[in-house]
Design a protein around this ligand. Sequence first.
Ligand SMILES: [Zn+2]
Ligand SMILES: [Zn+2]
Length: 254
Amino acid sequence: MKIVFFGTAGAIQSKDNANVSFSVVEKKLSILVDSSGNPVQYLKRVGIDPKKLDILILTHSHTDHIYAVPSLIHNLWLMKRKKPLNIISNQFTINKAKELCNVFSLFSKESLFLISWVSADDREINVSPMIKIQLFPVLHSIPTSGVKIITSTSSLVYSSDTSPSKEVISRARGVKALIHEASGTLNLEEKLNKTGHSSGRQAGEVAKKARVEFLFLCHFDFREGSVQDKVKLEVKNSFQGKVIVPELFRFYEV
Ligand SMILES: [Zn+2]
Ligand SMILES: [Zn+2]
């Protein structure tokens, strides 16, 4: 399984970092997780054909996670995509994403490819005999889904935006890679938790309890400068596995 990040910034973009979104590629199957920034450009840049993208997973309907859904659909329509697109999310987010698309009347475009909206608040979807996707609730200020992707050779859990969650620990137990948000440092922990986010220390604790091999960090708040290095140091105090601050547009094999 390969993971490639297009942005690791939290809600506020920085000079050279976009809001969190990433792709997961397993053999010929490609998945985009959350839609912000310029998704078609991102996919092209890493060699994923946007017309062949199989699945879009939306974790929740905060602006930084879904604002580019209409742009993605509009681009794919203009590119004359024929392949159906599966959009997997919780029902609350699906409703919001549809509202967003309706602002631009996208569903009345002539010959629009089929969009299959898959509602999965807390269940497993068999994408193929080799790949399963589970969504599960996490602790954020609106209905938000964590994501687990299981293939025959690897497994991955993404926390999405959440304060420290037992559900993330239990779903991530024994998986190879955990992508966990780390919206700030220890000194901001109380404030972060109140708004449904986690500190670096807490992301490290989750990874330690779940005994994962790799911990990818994201959703950094760059208002304080290059916080990712401070956050990584904090994580390393509790988690002994491999901690990765993802380089954008680089494939990581897990
Ligand atoms: Zn966010
Ligand atoms: Zn959020």
